[in-house]
Ligand binder design. Sequence first.
Ligand SMILES: Cc1ncc(COP(=O)(O)O)c(C=O)c1O
Length: 387
Amino acid sequence: MRQTVADLEASRIREVANAGLGRDDVLAFWFGESDEVTPEPIRQAAIDSLQRGETFYAHNLGLPELREAVARYASGLHPQVDASRIAITSGGVNALMLAMQALVDPGDDVVAITPVWPNLTAQPAILGGKVRCLPLVPREGAWSLDLAALRKTVTAGTKLLIVNAPNNPTGWTLTRDEQQQILDHCRQTGTWILADEVYERLYYAPTPKGCAPSFLDVSVPDDRLVVVHSFSKSFLMTGWRLGWLVLPPALMDGMGKLIEFNTSCASVFTQRAAIAALAHSDEITPRVVAHLKQCRDTLLPLLAEVPGVRVAPALGGMYAFFQLEGYTDSLALAKRLVTEAGLGLAPGSAFGPEADGWLRWCFASKDPQRLVDGVARLRTWLAAQAR
Ligand SMILES: Cc1ncc(COP(=O)(O)O)c(C=O)c1O
């Protein structure tokens, strides 16, 4: 085993989930997925594909018709994206790893804006990158980016800047102006930007297109920019393992090779399902987002009323990220909440040391009553501590 791999920290979210394993009385909000099944037209397209016998290897970069469909979808949200710049991947996490494999050499300086989903810092470390964190600044339960700190941290020696906005876990999003400033700076330093925009449609500010600001809106195709997307969140397809990359033309040949040597291709029947998802995106995604907003608006006010809780409404994503006064070790707290309150939350420390003392609550719940019940459990547990 390479030492780098041996040194990887196991998932702290899993550690908490393991504490509740085998208990069906736990209300679990620890993982980042909805408990709602994939919409029927998407499932049917996969079934039809299998019935037709589409059980063979396919193109490295994805079925041409899916790449075209993704390009049309992306071009509806952003300036024109050509299908020749799209690579279909086996999930967003695979898209991220492929992008890192394309860009990160051992010893490369990689900067990640944190707190962030731990895969985004583990993946470059696996490749031997030297990962430095640029922490967001917490203010009144919300998080913001210090652009001056970014300019100081990302230098001419920095190979890659990793940005996830809308952000898991904090709900932090970037403004268009911030994106432009980051891009301008990285153009000067020659730094690649890896923009994880898998939550772009899970955005709660009113916008004409129902989409968070994207680096695709401010960049040109030849910029050193790779954008990562996923079918998981906006189409309720977490288990299908399908995502895509938007790449500069210069990376396409290399990406084809990398996909060949990683997975060879995404399976055809899931790609057929993805074509159906995109064909129905105007019905599916707005419904998913409206429901998530209802969940957010159910959870947030209740949570904010709990004594000791500091929380701000997330502008994007599907998480409430909050602080509980008097508790600094979020892993210990999350474990206690599972075992003593039957409430499953993710510890903030899973996302970066600056988020210790915070907890992440995934509000993607088919039945919002579960969220109400969860807050009641938190209240009861806290009241018992005060006695
Ligand atoms: C920030 C972020 N990026 C990427 C992913 C990957 O999603 P998937 O591999 O399911 O497409 C996730 C999943 O939770 C995520 O939170």
